[in-house]
Ligand binder design. Structure first.
Ligand code: C5P
Length: 208
């Protein structure tokens, strides 16, 4: 493997909502013994905080004073995800998350997942993966996950929500979600999480 990143290995995992990238990234970090950072959770935490303000966009005035480790709440909820994609269009919010994530990644072997890891946060990552699946399949997965947790959204609402979130994430002006030229695209519409993980591991173990 080349000697980028001072001998540390950086693995960027971007992808669409409900593609399984979070679970897969976490499992990879456990298998390889690397640190893991889920940048979506940082946006979700900031979003929960923003919902307590009269105007969510005013979050930009609080960024200097926020300690994200102090924010708690139902981060994995449907509302938190939708709210996250709304504040994620704000340049101040993106800069905050980018700086935090880049400092976190310094001098470690790391797996980071999100939407702009390969393009903005770790452009020199040793490996870049882009995970996605068909819209209907992603809606089915998220519907099962949320109904197991007792959340009430219907399949149709979830499908529409994913479409809206994809649309916002792919078409925003700053750091839109997209496949980088040097990313390996993994379409897991017909693969389960274990198969996806094994495929990624097979790519990595040939090269690490
Ligand atoms: O990955 P997750 O669903 O937790 O992300 C929530 C939202 O946060 C995404 O829909 C996206 O709008 C935003 N996000 C982002 N850039 C990242 C990670 C997440 O814009 N690196």
């Amino acid at each position: 493997m080349n000697k980028k990143n001072c001998g540390y290995v950086q693995i960027a995992i971007d992808g669409t909502m409900a593609s399984g990238k979070g679970t897969i990234s976490k499992a990879l970090s456990e298998k390889l013994g690397y640190e893991y950072l889920d940048t979506g959770t940082i946006y979700r935490k900031l979003a929960l905080f923003s919902l307590s303000l009269d105007e969510p966009a005013n979050i930009v005035n609080y960024l200097n004073d926020i300690n994200i480790n102090d924010i708690s709440g139902n981060m994995r909820s449907y509302e938190a995800g939708q709210a996250a994609s709304k504040i994620a269009i704000l340049p101040e919010v993106r800069n905050f998350v980018t700086s935090y994530s880049q400092s976190f990644a310094k001098d470690k072997n790391i797996i980071m997942d999100g939407r702009d890891i390969a393009s903005v946060i770790m452009p020199n990552a040793n490996f870049k993966f882009f995970i996605t699946a068909d819209l209907e399949e992603r809606a089915r997965r998220r519907f099962l996950e949320l109904s197991e947790k007792g959340e009430k959204e219907t399949f149709e609402e979830i499908l529409k929500g994913i479409q809206e979130r994809d649309e916002r994430d792919m078409n925003r002006d700053i750091a839109p979600l997209r496949q980088e030229k040097d990313s390996i695209v993994v379409d897991n519409t017909h693969m389960n999480k274990e198969e996806t993980l094994n495929y990624i591991l097979s790519v990595l173990t040939q090269k690490i």
